[in-house]
Write a protein that binds this ligand. Structure first.
Ligand code: AKG
Ligand code: FE2
Length: 347
């Protein structure tokens, strides 16, 4: 017989009062494995949000060797790291040398298909709440935590559409999916990998952990941007952009366009022909890209692209796009410098 949710939650609270966050999380996770319940999933996420607000001191820099440019690459080519060789040093060399790394089939085809379904369920729960399963149906598909501050994530619905073609939804707004993804990241060894990369534990965040379902937008240019423009520079980050559709290059769904360089500066925005004040103008991008090239990689579902806040990129758009693209964007931050504005979440 599974224990009552109230009982488990109060036991977890007692552990937290003694500063035993990890034990409290383990208790909730074990109870949820026994019998998955929305309130337990919500409880786990709330706890991670509360713990994320505690800021550890800044440790000495990570013990990684100075980055070495991966050899043998053509201009505009993003280095690929075989999944069996993925390490903090290889990732560091690729991101600091070339701006990004691709890890093919980090997630297998079956799991990526499941994740795609999860995204659709969250989108449906958000857009058609009356059709979503009730709150205690072993799944909090869409529920805003009391620990989350601010307006919901951007949400694109064209006037007159009952279901929008494109959605961007905070993972933190779906405790069910947040728990599934945290399990996935643990099974991929990401917490240890990122700890080695940053020299300290990694955090996720409310605002930069996003489920994306993007409709082809053949004409409207999405802006070239660096996430460091919003996130700041005195931070350490790694974004894992996980494709859940066949996309990019000649595929029918839009991928990403990426400037392939390892430079560590934030370019001016709103100039050189930029459409928005937060985007880098196409003329400036052309100048930068003349030296290093732009990649438009083809991704299969389950392929991951890793980059950080200095990378210059945009959502691809092209006349041949006809299909919706699914992806999950997970920005990881070194705990001691994770921007509080992004609402850090314990990994
Ligand atoms: O998914 C996209 O099209 C945009 C992703 C992006 O800008 C990011 O992950 O920083
Ligand atoms: Fe971005």
């Amino acid at each position: 017989m599974a224990s009552s949710v109230a009982g488990v939650l109060s036991e977890a609270d007692a552990l937290i009062e003694q500063g035993q966050w990890q034990q409290a999380l383990d208790l909730l996770a074990e109870s949820n494995r026994e019998q998955p319940r929305a309130s337990l999933q919500q409880g786990m996420l709330d706890l991670r949000l509360r713990a994320g607000r505690e800021r550890p001191g800044r440790p000495p820099a990570a013990a990684l060797a100075a980055p070495v440019q991966p050899p043998g690459l053509a201009r505009g080519e993003i280095p690929e790291i075989p999944v069996t060789e993925l390490s903090a040093q290889r990732l560091y060399d690729a991101i600091h040398g070339c701006g990004a790394a691709i890890v093919r089939q980090l997630v297998d085809t079956e799991r990526s298909a499941q994740l795609r379904e999860l995204v659709d369920r969250v989108v449906a729960a958000r857009e058609q709440p009356d059709r979503a399963p009730p709150r205690e149906d072993a799944a909090a598909w869409y529920a805003r935590s009391a620990e989350v501050r601010g307006a919901p994530a951007r949400f694109f619905a064209s006037p007159g559409e009952s279901v929008s073609a494109s959605s961007s939804i905070w993972v933190a707004d779906s405790p069910r999916v947040a728990c599934e993804l945290l399990d996935l990241y643990a099974s991929l060894g990401l917490p240890d990998l990122l700890q080695a990369y940053f020299g300290e534990p990694a955090r996720l965040s409310v605002k930069k952990w996003v489920l994306r379902k993007i409709a082809p937008d053949n004409v409207a240019e999405a802006g070239w941007h660096q996430d460091g423009r919003f996130l700041g520079e005195d931070i350490q980050t790694v974004n894992m952009w996980l494709a859940l559709s066949d996309c990019g290059g000649a595929a029918p769904a839009p991928g990403l366009d990426i400037v392939v360089n390892g430079q560590r500066e934030i370019y001016p925005t709103g100039t050189a022909g930029a459409v928005f004040d937060w985007t880098v103008g196409p003329e400036l991008v052309a100048t930068v890209a003349a030296e290093c090239g732009v990649a438009q990689p083809r991704f299969a579902a389950g392929d991951a692209l890793f980059f950080d806040h200095y990378n210059l990129h945009r959502t691809a758009f092209a006349p041949h796009h006809t299909a919706v693209r699914y992806a999950i964007e997970s920005w990881f931050f070194a705990a001691s410098t994770a921007p509080l504005k992004q609402q850090p979440i314990l990994l």
